[in-house]
Design a protein around this ligand. Sequence first.
Ligand code: PHE
Length: 480
Amino acid sequence: MSTHNVWTHKGTFLLAAVGSAVGLGNLWRFPYLAGENGGGAFILIYALTIFAVGIPILIAEIMLGRNSRRSPIMGMRFLTRTHKTSRGWESIGWLGAASAFIILSFYSVIAGWAIHYTGKMLTGSLEGADAETIAAGFDALLASPPLLTLYHTLFIGASALIVGLGIHRGIENGLRILMPALFVILMVVLVYAAAIGDLQGAADFLFTFHLADLSLEGWLEAMGQSFFTLSLGMGAIMAYGAYMSGEASLTRTAFTIAVVDTAVAMIAGLAIFALVFGAGLDPAEGPGLMFITLPLAFAEMPGGALLGGVFFVLVLGAAISSSISLIEPVAAFLVERFDLTRPQAVSAMVVASWALGLLTVFSFNLMAEGTVFHSLFGRSAFGLLELLTNIFMPLGGLLIALFAGWALTHGEVMKEMRTNETWFSVWRFLVRFVAPAAVAFVFLRTIPQVEGYWIPTIGAVVIVGAFAAGRTFLAERQES
Ligand code: PHE
């Protein structure tokens, strides 16, 4: 059974894809990574990767979804048959589903922290608090498994509710309210930050390029972030693409997604650093930038409680419009493959991902540094899951680029792209050569991290490989 569902409006795909792309990656991860890696140079590499590698892969991924009109797993199976290519490409669908499942598990825990801070801000309980109090508050949150589990459950539950209602009643309607509201809030935060913070300082920090400041690690980090922020290589965009109108232009849509996503990251960065510099705080706090430094800035400024509350609502909304895009590919697969109803499929996916999320919850307390788990694996469970997605995401992107660039024929791609020969050649060159080279480069960052994990890593690859090979073999026997 295939889903021949299409979004109600021609522009809904764009709305949904922007909703997926704009999330914690823009508001939390981008600013702290830029802050840690010296600002301007990091942004230069980040933007270059988005345009030279991200957009071409984005086009490829949307194309695969729209052409198959199925969830990523079933869609890739369909495409390998109709285009008579190796069935090994089906791994794109499985890899995407696995990464979506893992990312959702920790994304929800971190988004849950924003629920906590929304409450803290709106009740004014941080007003006038000093740096120690705020840092201690964050530590106390992380030390509490019940509290973290509660927020994680609330967040993932809300996301499930939206997807469970279906693509029209749930996702489309939800996004049509959420996205414009987020835009307004972002503008309010920017204007306020510009009025009371140090916007000039923020702009100097973000847009002065000293390439020498950038370490190799920072360089790779920037490229990895550009994949994450565009939601690439994980089936999210492919799943949404399956519902995209055949009339909308692929290249124009992909370009718009990337521009909006980058603009949001820059605006969020400007606003956050204007507040941080205005309060004389450190931009290089790391992951605590949003949960320690920024609340401190809010605590000290006039009207900070309200602005902070509004800001964290923005974070929550952006996170939820991304988390629903992580549920959709797997849920749609369960509906297509096992004929589950949508609520059943969504529940199955979300309950399993919720349970995996508990590992992230415990990574900050019961299984934190100094515990048996940590000494056994050398990092937290959260760290391990993150590492796994750092491998799966670029790998998925690489395979998508190779499949679209090499396995599909000129005519097939032209039919979907409907662009002129020059653009087509540029795109094809980028997905054939530039994107694979860039991804290979990003893997350089993963290799030192994998050191000491060779056995589990090879084990995971062997299991996934054997699974894919077994399925291919079975399917081929069935066919003949
Ligand atoms: N792009 C999202 C963000 O920036 C995260 C995400 C990654 C969402 C992959 C879906 C798929 O927050």
